[in-house]
Design a protein around this ligand. Sequence first.
Ligand code: SF4
Ligand code: MSK
Length: 650
Amino acid sequence: MEQEQKRDQKTVDPAAQAAIDIACELGCELVWDRLKAQKTQCAFGLQGLCCRHCAMGPCRIDPKGKGAQTGICGATAETIAARHFVRMIAAGTAAHSDHGRAVAETFIAAAKGEAPGYGIKDEMKLLRLAMDLGVEIGERSIRDIAVDVGERLLADFGSQHGPLAFVKRAPLKRRQLWKELGMTPRGIDREVAEALHRTTMGVDQQIENLMIHGSRCALADGWGGSMIATELQDTMFGTPVPLLGRVNLGNLAKEEVNIIIHGHEPLLAEAIVLVSREKGILDYAKSKGARGVNLTGICCTANEVLMRHGIAVAGNFLHQELALVTGAVEAMVLDVQCTMQSLAKVASCFHTKLITTNERAMIPGATHIQFHETDAVESAGKIVRAAIDNFPNRKGSPNIPAFSTDMVAGFSVETIGYMLGGSFRAGFRPLNDNIINGRIRGVAGVVGCNTPKLTQDQYHLDMVKHLIKNGVLVLTTGCAAMAFAKEGLLLPEAAAKFCSPGLAEVCETVGIPPVLHLGACVDNSRILMAATAVVKEGGLGDDLSDLPAAGAAPEWMSEKAIAIGQYFVASGVFVVFGGSFPTLGSKEFSDLLMKKYREITGGYWAFEPDAIKAADLMIAHIDERRRALGLDKKKERVLYDMEMRRQLAT
Ligand code: SF4
Ligand code: MSK
């Protein structure tokens, strides 16, 4: 009974619950209602056992062994599940990488002076990138260097033979392994196209072979498209440094024009931040009876402007409809990814204007105002003015749940290095030392979405509280980061309250929270870079798979999460997913991912619906890595006699 009640509970967030109650009173349909309307979901689809890759189908495999055991073409359960999984990786890689491409194109235009409103904010990062990429610095201007850096990275999308530029950042041993396995990504678009080719009817029907390419495609995301997005965004808009932010629906303002930016690409959001602070815009808002313009965000666009400007976050994925239900939102401005089509219907119950801005992502019922990167300020101004014009259309007084929590965000890899080592000797030595001495047991990346199939944020919170209680430092991105922020886990004070004594001591000494917010979904590439920095710092093995580290996406829903999971697995990391897993209908394919991959790349998958058990799996993996590194034994103190000292000196 208690279990059932728990399952029925939609959220653990009181702000979300208040908004759900309002929607209920108003008869406004939400994501949970639509989930219910789906009734029992297709068991074949859930387990990866249906295929509609050709017109002989759709075909499905009976997991109980009674009905059909192959598709009409003869494809087995294994092949069907593997092809589906690889297509999810390809879609996720395409999404992150198309984002990266848009950023690279704007970066080049900005460097050439063809995109007024954008520039190069972090020149140091640009120079570091130039050195990494072999771009000449000499006496050249920042602009010329930036054009070459942008062109070099843009070339990775269409490259045919690779390797991608950032692959060489990975530890040597990992690169050699990728080479031996044939997993080194050659070109971002090439890997996505080949994934679609191989998974079409009658092509690759051998699951190990399919997953070699699935891994190569995922690596083109993590060490390619996503990393390009992160690095160029930092260079253009500034590398994040820790700052104070706030999260939850209480950040909507009763008497101001509320604009919510939602999606993933920060190109428009950066321009909106700029424009919404202009005096002319504020005066315009006042002329319409508002006190000002209040900008907040949802999903990863929110993370981007939080990390660089401290813009408040209205909520994570499942908050997108709830924010509109408050009746306080003049405009929700969408770019790309994770924006539900239902927003148009919810917005129509209120005065809210739903504005799409990207030609790649339109929604019936929304107003489309195309954003032009080459005319960013003017374009953003049009959008902000449209929101202000909507303020007088508010129907009655808004109903804003008064919940807001403070947080510290903005932990780029550079910042973590400075915080640990100081500006002059930035580095990961103190982190490595504290892992070696056991104050920090290990590191976990806990990232990803929400899904209405699970109580919003519950799994995230249960897992992470268990991890930090057991001495595991957590790195986070995406909507997971917002779940932790709402609970106060992104505050330094959380260390004393929730952590093991060792982890609390380290956090208090350095002044960091036990859960570090590294940014948006594309910024999972920062976790790859941080892990690589730890390996290079020394003392914890010579490959990513040696580290006492693990990853998780407890409440995942997007194909992007599968791409991220696989690039971590292919990079040597153990990854646990909650909720559901799209391969369980095929034991053989699931075994490949969850058992055999351990021998192939050192990384492997697990699926665990229970948050505490999942966290324990991560801890068990971390302990196993510690044992392999010899960190489980207390080092015996050796008293050196004169002879031993002499030997040391020679
Ligand atoms: Fe069915 Fe094979 Fe066609 Fe898939 S590819 S729909 S399994 S016949
Ligand atoms: S926004 S991909 S719901 S994390 Fe990046 Fe959140 Fe998942 Fe979208």
